[in-house]
Every structure is written in C-alpha cells, then in structure tokens.
Design a binder for this molecule. Sequence first.
Ligand SMILES: Cc1cc2nc3c(=O)[nH]c(=O)nc-3n(C[C@H](O)[C@H](O)[C@H](O)COP(=O)(O)OP(=O)(O)OC[C@H]3O[C@@H](n4cnc5c(N)ncnc54)[C@H](O)[C@@H]3O)c2cc1C
Length: 460
Amino acid sequence: MAEHDVDLFVIGGGSGGVRAARVAAEHGASVMLAEEYRLGGTCVIRGCVPKKLLVYASRFHGEFEDAAGYGWTVPHASFDWTTLIANKDREIARLEAAYGATLAKAGVKVVKTRAALLDAHTIQLTDGARVRARHVLIATGGAPSYGDQISGIEHVISSNEAFHLSDFPRRVVIQGGGYIAVEFACIFNGLGSEVTLVYRGENILRGFDDDVREHLRNEMQTRGITVTCGHTISSVEQAGDEFVTKLSDGKTIASDKVMFAIGRRPNVMGLGLENVGVKIQEHGGIEVDEYSRSSVPHVYAVGDVTNRVNLTPVAIREGHAFADTLYGNRPTPVDHANVPTAVFSEPEVGVIGLTETQARGRFDRLDVYKTSFRPMKATLSGRQTRSFMKLLVDGTTDRVVGCHLVGPDAGELIQLVGVAVKMGATKADFDATMAVHPTAAEELVTMREKAMSYTRQAAE
Ligand SMILES: Cc1cc2nc3c(=O)[nH]c(=O)nc-3n(C[C@H](O)[C@H](O)[C@H](O)COP(=O)(O)OP(=O)(O)OC[C@H]3O[C@@H](n4cnc5c(N)ncnc54)[C@H](O)[C@@H]3O)c2cc1C
C-alpha cells in the first residue's frame, strides 16, 4: 500500500485553495480538496462578487436622479429586493459550478465535507474517512467576528446573512468602520434604506489615508448616511417587528436590521492544528514564511487564514506561488508590498502604497500633491459631490510611494496606477504622460503644485 493516498490535500475551496489545487494538479500532483460549504469560498459565495452585484444595483438610484439634469425624464423607479437576490443567487450558482468544472478538468478530486488534521499526515473527514497526504495546504479563510457578547447579539446579522435577507430592510444599523461596513452602508443607502453606521473609532476606514477617510465620510453623510463615530452598540432588543439598538452613550435607534461588520477572524478552530504543532500568530493567523510554509514543514497555509493581506487576489497569488514552489520546481515568494485595493463605496476609493501618516518620517523629504474637484458629470446633474486625489512622492528619488483616490471608478483607476507604482514610476514619469482629456484621471498627470512638503527633521 502506498504511504500516501494523495500528494496534496487542500482544506478549503475558496480563492486560495482552488487556485493552489488546480495549479498543483496541472504540475502533475495528485490532489484532493475538501470544501465544507460551497466551492468558490467567501469571495464568490458571500464576499467580493455578490457584494459588487449589490453595489451595481445600489448605484442605479443615483443614475436615475442624475439623468434629469441631462434632459431625461425617468418615470418613478421602483426596486424589488427579491428579484435582485434571486438573480444574484443564480449568478453565484453559475460561478460555483464553473469552479467545480475547472477543478474536475484539472483532475482534482473534490470532497464536499469538513476536514481536519488528525496527525501530521492524516486528514479526517466528517464521514469518518481518513486520507493520508504527503503535503497539506490549509486555505480555510476567515469568518465574521461578533466582538464582545452583548445582550441581544442573536438578533445581529453579519455580511454572510446580509446577502440572503428575505425582506428588504427599510432601516439598517451597521456597526463597524472597515471597508465591509462602509460598503454595506452605501449599498443599503443606495437601495433606499435609512442607514446609521456606528463605529467606535474616531473615523471610518482605519488604516486608510486620513484625507480619504475624511472625504469619504463627508460624501456618505451628504448622501444621507448617519455616521456615528466614537460609539459602540451596547445592546439590541427586539420590539415587535423592529429592533432597538442602544449605543454606548445611551441613545437608541429603531431599525429593521442590525448588522455587525467589525472584523473577521482566521478559521483556525477545529482544524486539529494543535495535533501537529502548527504555530498560530498573535493576530490569530497561521504563521507562515514567504513560501506559505507553516512551522511544520509539510503543512502550508494561504489566504485569509494566515491573516497577511486579506484580499482575494492575494489569496490567489499565494495559492499559485505555493503550487509553483512545491510542484512546479519554481520557488516563488509572494511580494505583499504595494497591493492596490478598492473600497466599493459611493463614491469609490482606490489606494496603493503608503498613507501620508506612514510616509512622513520615512523619507528625507516627502512631497504631497492633492486635489479635490467636482466631477464633470456632477455639473449638469447638480449632484453635490467632489472627487479627491493624492500623490505622495519621495522627494529624494522622485518615486511615487502612495496614491489615494476617491471618486467614480477609483477601483478601476488604481489598478493601472498600481502598475506604475509597482514599476517604481516617478512623479516626472506621471508628468511626462500625456493627459487623456476630458477625464478625472488626467488630474493624476497634471498635479503640479505641491500641497505640502515634509523634511525628515520637521516630521520628527
Ligand atoms: C463581504 C466581503 C466582501 C469582500 N470584498 C472583497 C473585495 O471586494 N475584494 C477583495 O479582494 N476581497 C474581498 N473580500 C475578501 C475575500 O473574500 C477574501 O480575502 C478571500 O475570499 C480569501 O480567500 P481564501 O481562499 O483565503 O478563503 P475563503 O475564500 O474564505 O475560502 C475558505 C473556504 O474554506 C472552507 N472551509 C473552512 N474550514 C473548512 C474545513 N475545516 N473543511 C473544509 N472546508 C473548510 C470555507 O467554507 C470556505 O469556502 C471580501 C470579504 C467579505 C466577507
């Protein structure tokens, strides 16, 4: 009998696990993958993809309003949540099937079950079956965290449930200030809900550039979202058909739904990691090296379970690099610097590189270029909105070390700015690039006046 049933056992069929399994199989490894819920994982089933579909849905409202200034008469538009959710579910099922087909084509054996490590090379499946594997990849992702137990927590939903509500909530209270909280606040607001965002910190989007945080908060408030910072939710009570949320200052808010989006924790529980001695870091993620190898040499981990940069493209890249390293004879470390990212708020945010706070004091001189302007479309529509752009430049080398955008299509823009920043583009390179006119993006290559310059001494 062979010592191992498979070369690789992957636990988790999300972004990282699916990519790793497919590429490993294409390199010739025999691969089995266990998924306890649905293939595609968080991103496809209850993350990026369904969220973006809801974002699209939420933006029609503004489009209908804006059309009037351009001469259109739009009859009263009505929105049907049930249709949106049914159509979204159909698309997600299609994608889930496509993931299954891709894995099957690559020769990966998929088992629809929970898996855990029994010992260093043995994986235990829920039905009692055991599989011996030469290598194990943990790609179990993360799950919403609910924070401290408060009274009435059983009434609170997370983003997982928000995608499947049977009725559209006319009034929503969301606790959290990260990108998921902000995005859902904008989605529900765009679809017509009365939204209150409650966040314990002093401003939303902690970790983002301060100007971006301030600008987006103002934009959200202009669109009618109540943003309450410096408070937490202390209890949620059901009162008939509605919920009464009590804040830390004693204020109460009645709503149809209360959602928490206060962070996510890596899925490390119940995996049997203690059976094999896989180390967990203080932040809760599995400790790995640059090749995603854990403290146990034949056990690897990729994606959100490692709590490095919790984004789909990063999980995919880590999964691919893992498979190339182990089975493709091509050791591939993953570079986690300068990862461009977007917040699909209204308006959108796109960022790459350092924030102004991070960059201050890192360079002998830091030059800051920024601009805020009314997008051209808003002129005739009469919408009260402004876009914001900021470039941070190392004054010694002239390299662009940060770019921060708030405005329509900021997510699309930052992908391309990301290429330039990753290549080490200088401000002079930006300036030498001819503008595309008339666009918002042309501002990025026409910012001539420094808004500010810090020298290292001044910043210290
Ligand atoms: C609401 C929301 C919006 C998001 N939006 C974006 C976005 O716009 N852009 C972006 O880049 N990222 C976004 N993300 C983050 C992104 O979804 C994750 O970074 C990505 O899915 C991580 O991939 P992964 O492979 O590490 O884990 P996951 O995709 O979470 O996959 C893990 C899989 O493992 C399975 N599993 C767990 N334990 C076991 C077990 N013991 N046995 C078998 N199976 C198991 C789970 O069921 C799951 O399917 C969003 C996340 C959320 C929640």
